[in-house]
Design a protein around this ligand. Structure first.
Ligand code: CMC
Length: 435
């Protein structure tokens, strides 16, 4: 894969007059990037960009974000249209293959996913090794990594058929693995997947059915859940996706790459934020306490952040948050929840924060996680499962990004540089001569 160039360049000069001319590359949309690959050769300097806020780590055709305008596109399609008109499995096909499927491709893909949803029976025994109170993210991180020990017939990353089957396996089995992590934590029997159900319905069934009684699937809730999956399916080169790509750049199999992505997603600054939002709302307790809480958030020494607010890229609004807010009202209405104290609290918090200069001047707006926790709680998911659901959805994006990287002949092992500020070279001091 290579970018295109309209011939622009960036000239960098060092004191003393030495200069380097760096070509500018054009994307389909979005800002140009300066190609710095020859910078060190020409000037002997590296670039310093902690947090990679100004660095394009790869060329990609999958997802586009314009953070200033609040735009999110999957393969060119606006997230708003996909959330309203598409389904999670159709979006999964789109992310993996670049185009929306025709009727036959859609049927084949859905069949492929649904028929890989059972996990190797031996994987069941894995769960027994965990404490019942283990965080389900810890459990799924381990079990997904362990898939590489079970599916040796889809580990050859150079074989397109192995990659195709590995995609089916990851996308299909994640709901089973996730639901079993929940069942294990509450001491209920594991429920097997059912192929007569759609992707979202099947997951709800494995979460909430018990052998004596099947869970009656509410189509409004299933649709809302499917939409949540669509909203989380991919998000360009975020921390967990970059983790997956970095791990994948070494040539390792996709199961462990996704496991690495799950580990990275767990952090409260990333996917763990939806769980943290709910904890925060519970901790604030009532509208009367918001003022004190906001004061704490603004006090840099407190270490308290307004969870569900702010984003590295979105500096106007997060388009996913808008859809999530609408979905939140639909779900609460369907469940007959008229006055949800947490929702009231969230709305008041949002209102105050959006008017407060601290947040306005820093362009801190609600992100996707601000509302998702309220929806998921209303649907009966325990908070510890929130990030697991995010991981389930993002597995598609991770795989699509991993596949794009593996299929790119220009891909190399990821290996960032550093600015070393430690001790200069010195000689070893024997123990009896140290101060
Ligand atoms: N509450 C209070 N202050 C904040 C917040 C917040 N949530 N987010 C950023 N700031 C302040 C920060 O203190 C800094 O202020 P100053 O310039 O005075 O030092 C300024 O805003 C810029 O912050 P930053 O840390 O440089 O911003 P970032 O782009 O590195 O961080 C973020 C992005 C998402 C990690 C951060 O906004 C945050 O911690 N948010 C809360 C956690 C959260 O909701 N995460 C979910 C992100 S969306 C889902 C996902 O992608 O996983």
């Amino acid at each position: 894969m290579s970018g295109s160039s309209t011939g622009g360049s960036l000239t960098v000069s060092l004191e003393g007059g030495r200069t380097a001319t760096l070509p500018l590359q054009d994307g389909t949309i979005g800002p140009q990037v300066a190609d710095i690959r020859k910078l060190h050769d020409q000037l002997g300097v590296f670039t310093y960009d902690p947090g990679y806020g100004n660095t394009a780590s790869c060329l990609s055709r999958i997802t586009y974000i314009d953070g200033d305008k609040g735009v999110l596109l999957y393969r060119g399609y606006p997230i708003e249209q996909l959330a309203e008109k598409s389904t999670f499995l159709e979006v999964a096909y789109l992310l993996l293959n670049g185009e929306l499927p025709n009727a036959e491709q859609k049927q084949d893909f859905e069949h492929g996913v649904l028929h890989h949803n059972m996990v190797h029976e031996q994987i069941r025994s894995f769960y027994n090794g965990f404490r019942r109170d283990a965080h389900p993210m810890a459990v799924i991180c381990s079990v997904v990594g362990a898939m590489s020990a079970f599916y040796s017939d889809s580990l050859d990353i150079t074989n397109p058929e192995h990659r195709r089957i590995a995609a089916f396996r990851l996308i299909a089995k994640l709901p089973t693995i996730a639901a079993w992590a929940y069942k294990y934590s509450v001491g209920e029997p594991f429920m097997y997947p059912r192929n007569d159900l759609g992707y979202a319905e099947n997951f709800l069934h494995m979460m909430y059915s018990v052998p004596p009684e099947a869970y009656r699937i509410n189509p409004v809730l299933a649709r809302a859940f499917d939409r949540i999956l669509i909203l989380h399916a991919d998000h360009e080169q975020n921390a967990s996706t970059s983790t997956v790509r970095l791990a994948g750049s070494t040539g390792v199999n996709p199961f462990v790459c996704v496991s690495a992505g799950i580990a990275s997603l767990w952090g409260p600054a990333h996917g763990g934020a939806n769980e943290a939002v709910l904890k925060m709302l519970t901790q604030i307790g009532s509208v009367a306490n918001i003022k004190d809480f906001i004061a704490k958030v603004k006090d840099k020494n407190s270490g308290v952040r307004l969870m569900g607010f702010g984003h590295r890229v979105y500096k106007n609004y997060d388009p996913r948050a808008k859809i999530m807010q609408k979905t939140c009202y639909e779900v609460l209405q369907e469940l007959g929840i008229k006055d949800d104290p947490l929702l009231d609290l969230a709305m008041e918090l949002e209102k105050i924060a959006l008017e407060d200069d601290y947040f306005v001047s820093r362009k801190l707006y609600p992100n996707v996680d601000f509302y998702s926790g309220i929806i998921l709680k209303a649907m009966g998911f325990p908070t510890s499962m929130f990030t697991v659901l995010f991981a389930m959805a993002r597995t598609v994006g991770w795989f699509a990004q991993w596949k794009e990287q593996v299929e790119d002949p220009a891909q190399r092992i990821g290996r960032p540089r550093q600015l070393y500020i430690g001790a200069p070279r010195r000689d070893y001091v024997p123990l009896d001569q140290r101060g």
